[in-house]
Design a protein around this ligand. Structure first.
Ligand code: HEC
Length: 155
């Protein structure tokens, strides 16, 4: 099934990108900046849990996929309130563009929420593994899309 393999690969790439910056331990952030970094990291972990299950050929823990999707729904719906005006600058990687393009930023958060919701629904309705993998990749792209526009690039 070459198609599945391609989807898996792109999903893994998305994960690698979404999860990068993981080990950087927030650079001493405090307050709401630290809180949102923790939330983002939790979403990164949830993505890892999901892909681990989707790749598990013998037994897939549907509950873990559903729970992780729910966590992403919850945290992504909180994104707008986690970015008060002007909370950029070190150690934050948030770009000032967030506040000059606020509608695009919140739309990006909505997209992540919607796609995580869809993944949860697919899992609940026992969709096939390729369908789930495809939705996972779509979800991952929403993370990456927002990071490309609104998060400082890593060296
Ligand atoms: C609406 C925009 C947006 C969406 C959607 C988004 N992120 Fe983020 N993410 C950011 C911004 C901005 C930062 C930088 C925050 C800071 O440093 O203050 C960030 C930081 C991160 C970090 C680094 C946290 C740290 O410790 O510094 C991880 C990991 C991360 N995001 C994962 C994800 C994952 C996984 C998803 C999708 C499920 C996602 N993000 C969706 C905007 C977004």
């Amino acid at each position: 099934m070459p198609k599945t393999t391609t989807i898996t690969k792109s999903a893994l790439l998305v994960i690698a990108i979404a999860g990068s910056g993981f080990a950087i331990a927030h650079g001493g952030a405090t307050g709401i900046v630290k809180e949102r970094m923790d939330d983002m990291s939790a979403m990164g972990k949830a993505m890892k849990t999901i892909v681990k299950q989707l790749k598990n050929k013998t037994s897939m823990d549907a509950g873990a996929v559903i729970q992780s999707s729910q966590l992403i729904v919850k945290h992504s719906s909180m994104i707008p309130q986690m970015f008060p005006q002007g909370t950029h600058g070190k150690p934050s990687e948030a770009l000032p563009a967030i506040w000059t393009n606020w509608n695009d930023f919140t739309a990006a958060a909505d997209k992540t929420k919607d796609e995580a919701n869809k993944l949860q629904q697919l899992m609940t309705s026992e969709a096939s593994r390729p369908q789930l993998m495809k939705q996972f990749a779509t979800l991952g792209k929403t993370c990456k899309g927002c990071h490309t526009d609104f998060r400082a690039a890593k060296e």
